[in-house]
Design a protein around this ligand. Structure first.
Ligand SMILES: C[S@@+](CC[C@H](N)C(=O)[O-])C[C@H]1O[C@@H](n2cnc3c(N)ncnc32)[C@H](O)[C@@H]1O
Length: 254
């Protein structure tokens, strides 16, 4: 891991953790996120906020959400650090029609404004410092039309699920994939470790994250000139409660 965040106020270009072999295995290791029942409600929700016009996806990846949203007539522009993920998007039907800027979504400029920006699948946590997460909110606000919306889908930090003193929690245990998170509560950092068995050999990948509570994200939104408009537990608008594992938050540019 690079030293991003060790010097407050300074940001270096983040490292691309979604290069090979992660990009090659992404759709297999995230298979449940590609299921229709995951994708369709997300696309419906986002299309309803895009005013039939255009949307900016931060961390567009292989186009899981961007491609079905494009098929609804929304012109999607993506930002992503990983040329390897974007090359998988390009190979899919409609993938060459999506505009993509290769860069860091906390700072990259696209040169136009959107009615909607969105950041799904916990990807805000890929920014591993508070400074970088605040910069991301400010960058989004610069890219939004007045009254445009910013949507984040992220997990609620799972700390209350840890036993006292416990710092490690498994999220995937299958014959070919062992995944577990290692928490550092003092810094709000966690590292997701993946042990992937493929053709008899083991690949080990560790990706750093910074988790944030919804209330901290609300404050970041305020700093950037946005206000919380809605918060739900999922894309079907189930109420967000103390038991929710995840949140879908919508902030509006004021
Ligand atoms: C978990 S994947 C999500 C991809 C896609 N949004 C989806 O839902 O399937 C995270 C994506 O964000 C990208 N990413 C992570 N940090 C980034 C950053 N700072 N700037 C731009 N892209 C980033 C990764 O390269 C990867 O493609």
């Amino acid at each position: 891991m690079d030293a991003e965040g060790d010097r407050p106020g300074q940001q270096s270009q983040p490292r691309n953790f979604f290069d090979e072999p992660v990009a090659a295995r992404y759709e297999e290791t995230s298979a449940e996120m590609f299921a229709r029942e995951q994708v369709e409600p997300a696309v419906e929700f986002l299309a309803g906020l895009a005013w039939g016009a255009s949307a900016l996806e931060l961390g567009i990846g292989t186009g899981r959400i961007a491609l079905p949203l494009s098929r609804k007539g929304i012109r999607v522009h993506g930002i992503d650090l990983s040329p390897q993920m974007v090359s998988r998007l390009r190979e899919k039907p409609g993938g060459s029609d999506v505009d993509v800027t290769i860069g860091d979504f906390a700072t990259a400029k696209v040169g136009r404004r959107f009615s909607l920006a969105y950041l799904v699948y916990n990807t805000i946590d890929n920014l591993t410092t508070q400074d970088a997460q605040v910069a991301c909110f400010c960058n989004v606000a610069e890219h939004l039309e007045p009254e445009g919306c910013f949507v984040i889908e992220a997990g609620v930090p799972q700390l209350q699920r840890l036993s006292p003193g416990e710092t490690v929690r498994a999220f995937s245990v299958t014959p070919t994939h062992l995944g577990f998170d290692e928490f550092d509560v003092a810094t709000q950092r966690l590292t997701s470790h993946h042990y992937l068995l493929s053709n008899g050999s083991m690949e080990v990948v560790s990706i750093p994250f910074r988790y944030a509570w919804p209330a901290e994200l609300d404050l970041m939104a305020r700093i950037a000139g946005m206000r919380l408009r809605e918060r739900w537990a999922d894309w079907s608008r189930e109420p967000f409660t103390s038991d929710s594992d995840a949140h879908i938050s919508v902030w509006q540019k004021t």
